[in-house]
Design a protein. Structure first.
Length: 405
């Protein structure tokens, strides 16, 4: 196997700490999975302070470390600025620059690999994580270890990973196109203006869940229940289902049945207002729901559950749920407000046809997203295998490329 060396980051890169005396106005944000992005484009607004003189200047080719943690990036993210002009970042970030002669494309991948972050994690003190931001000191960060193979091996790793990344990008574009098509088709079918309107309460039964109170934290009838954190965009996240006491008559009233649609009341954020998911007996009964959710149950003989779900998806995507939300800084909907919403309700047989078509589109989109998720997982594991020297790209790879070209 080729000879590798392990070096500290400060042996291959230098810290950059230049304040914005030149008055650059473009502010960048490091986003997991997206790299360095324009802040106004990413947030649809500028969240930086008006005075940018204290921000760090980032030159094209500079690296930036964001210490913020997330599910996809538990030890933060290193990104490279690939723009054409200088920009600025918050001083909460660490800016550094590869030294001449260093393969920057390889270093970028190495600094986001398990080997690098494992060595960094080993230097952190207890309590280093606070409010989603790692308390990483400069000495700790620049003392983290980078595994460096010979330059020819670095270039092979970059080439292979670039091909994997290109496939991920292609799948992302495909999933986004499917998403757009599905939303447009849903809007056309669910909000068909040739169909008469009824009030939502004529199509669905509305129920609000129970409030979580201290006296429910224990009792003889502890029951799994869902809350807004369990409801995503068309999906349920059941990785963290809590328990509280529901009396037998409450289980009957607030128990979920197959086909019930759970809609986030939205107190967490405006983006969550009206986010829906369907209950499909995903857990053994009884399972109930909390006050942060509304339950919409299709009225038998009037509406079918799959159409109710597709209508709720449209109402969320179109912003109709947000339109009926109350509150100022914190938006939330209620059964009273949402039950008065207009619904274009076709005959039951037509509802089934609409739901069948849209369910098929949703399934196709879910399949594309699942494939994308599998490829991202493969990418992470494959890169770790390369950087940990568990797998080596043979020199014959170069000959194969020459033959292919």
């Amino acid at each position: 196997m080729s000879e590798w060396v392990v070096k500290r980051l400060d042996e291959v890169a230098d810290r950059v700490a230049v304040k914005n005396a030149a008055g650059y106005q473009r502010v960048l944000t490091v986003a997991a999975g997206q790299g360095l992005v324009d802040q106004e484009t990413y947030f649809n607004k500028r969240v930086a302070s008006a005075n940018l003189s204290g921000y760090w200047v980032v030159q094209p080719g500079d690296f930036v470390y964001n210490k913020s943690t997330s599910l996809d990036a538990p030890w933060g993210v290193v990104a490279r600025w690939d723009g054409d002009e200088p920009a600025v970042v918050t001083t909460l970030y660490i800016v550094f620059r590869p030294r001449p002669g260093i393969e920057a494309d390889y270093l970028l991948r190495a600094c986001n690999g398990a080997f690098f972050f494992d060595s960094l994690r080993g230097t952190l003190r207890e309590g280093a994580r606070a409010h989603g931001l790692l308390n990483v000191r400069l000495g700790e960060f620049f003392g983290a270890k980078v595994a460096l193979p010979p330059v020819a091996d670095q270039r092979r790793i970059v080439d292979v990973m670039t091909a994997v990344d290109a496939q991920i990008d292609a799948l992302e574009e495909e999933a986004e196109r499917l998403h757009v098509v599905t939303r447009l088709r849903r809007a056309g079918l669910v909000n068909d203006d040739t169909v008469d309107e009824v009030r939502a309460e004529e199509a669905f039964d509305f129920s609000a869940g129970v409030r979580r109170t201290p006296d429910r934290a224990s009792g003889p009838h502890m029951t799994p229940y869902l809350r807004s954190a369990n409801v995503g965009y068309g999906i349920l996240n059941l990785s963290d289902v809590l328990l509280m006491n529901y009396e037998p008559h409450e289980r009957e009233k607030f128990g979920l049945r197959y086909g019930d649609v759970l809609v986030s009341e939205g107190s967490a954020s405006a983006k969550a207002v009206g986010m829906p998911a369907m209950w499909r007996n995903d857990l053994p009964p009884p399972v109930c729901f909390q006050m942060t959710l509304l339950r919409l149950r299709a009225i038998g003989g009037v509406c079918v559950p799959d159409f109710a779900f597709q209508w709720c998806m449209w109402a969320y995507e179109s912003g109709r749920f947000l339109d009926v939300a109350g509150g100022t800084s914190i938006k939330h909907i209620s059964a009273k407000r949402s039950s008065k919403m207009p619904v274009r309700l076709p005959p039951v047989e037509r509802q089934r046809e609409v739901a069948e078509e849209l369910n098929a589109l949703d399934a196709e989109l879910d399949s594309a997203r699942a494939e994308l998720g599998h490829l991202r997982t493969f990418r992470s594991r494959f890169l770790s295998s390369l950087l940990n020297r568990e797998f080596e790209i043979p020199e014959s790879y170069d000959e194969m490329l020459e033959t292919a070209s």
